[in-house]
Write a protein that binds this ligand. Structure first.
Ligand SMILES: [Zn+2]
Length: 322
């Protein structure tokens, strides 16, 4: 719906702009009168040129299409987009490299701004369904008096479709952020910060949304855990306490402050001093169970005073940094 087949799109734009006869040849519908066709045989060369040069309309000109020329983009496996029949109003905030929409929704209208990234690693299938469930639960019954929550369902839909940690260009989107400690050589981090469409789109959306708190979902073969980066130690504790009221397995680990170079946690937590919570779901736990815990955690955050005292900021810094 948001895509257009590349060759047809380029042809249409080219033919319309220059009013070339071949345009009618290739856009005649079944209802066209035979007499309206104008073959324009002498002008076939622009068509060949257009087909040769036509990029995908959904892909940016600066990033080459990663799929094989013989592989139509429509052959991509469907991404795990949220159920569109639900009451949630998902809006596209960007595209993946392969043209899948990255969608988000807002709930609540309060002053505390919370930004949730539902999934970043495509081989962690527990994550995006939780984000979709949270959106449904909060849309049906917000229960948030002081907060506006934006939920990005999945910022790596290509990885999710292919069941890979990275995006389709083998970049780990967790390491592709413009943090001070970004390192090009660091494990598939990309050539430069925000080199990937997915990171660029979500980064721009975060800056526009201007959150106080960012929560990122991951999953692992561990007990469900919340860690944090940046200022909000008490908020992280309260969030986990809320989650534990729904599911007592949840733990807050104030010591385990993960520093991945070039990560969202580095950028918004360490560099900019925002509260970043990293939520690790336990593998294979149903999305409904995790969503209930996350909603309870969000409501606990919502109940905190807006000027909650920040916890200690001192994060372990990477070598070579202050
Ligand atoms: Zn992960």
């Amino acid at each position: 719906m948001n895509r257009c087949p590349s060759a047809a799109c380029a042809l249409r734009a080219f033919g319309l702009r220059f009013n070339l006869p071949f345009y009618h040849t290739f856009t005649r519908s079944r209802t066209d009168e035979p007499g309206t066709m104008r073959p324009g045989l002498t002008l076939r060369w622009p068509l060949v040129l257009a087909l040769l040069l036509a990029p995908s309309c959904a892909a940016p000109p600066s990033i080459p299409a990663p799929w094989e020329a013989t592989e139509p983009q429509s052959a991509e496996p469907a991404s795990t987009l949220p159920d569109t029949s639900s009451a949630v109003d998902w809006t596209r905030i960007g595209y993946s490299i392969r043209g899948k929409p990255i969608v988000a929704t807002d709930v609540g209208g309060g002053g505390r701004r919370i930004y949730i990234i539902g999934s970043i690693h495509g081989d962690e299938p527990e994550c995006a369904p939780v984000a979709a469930h949270i959106a449904e639960l909060l849309s049906a019954s917000p229960g948030l008096d002081h907060s506006t929550v934006r939920i990005v369902c999945d910022m790596n839909p290509d990885g999710t479709a292919a069941k890979t940690r990275t995006n389709t260009r083998k970049v780990d989107l967790e390491r592709n952020w413009p943090a001070k400690d970004f390192q090009k050589a660091s494990g598939g981090s990309g050539d430069r910060p925000c080199s990937e469409l997915e990171t660029a789109a979500v980064h721009a959306d975060i800056l526009k949304f201007n959150p106080d708190i960012i929560i990122i979902f991951q999953s692992a073969n561990l007990s469900p855990t919340v860690t944090y980066q940046g200022a909000g130690r008490m908020l992280a504790y309260e969030f986990t306490s809320g989650a534990r009221r729904a599911d007592p397995h949840w733990r807050f680990n104030p010591e385990q402050r993960i520093r991945v170079q070039g990560s969202l946690e580095s950028l918004f937590g360490s560099d900019l001093g925002k509260t970043v919570l990293r939520v690790e779901f336990q593998r294979k736990v149903p999305a409904e169970t995790n969503a209930a815990a996350m909603v309870a955690g969000l409501r606990a955050l919502d109940a905190q005073p807006a000027t909650a005292a920040p916890g200690p900021v001192a994060a372990k810094t990477a070598p070579g940094r202050k």
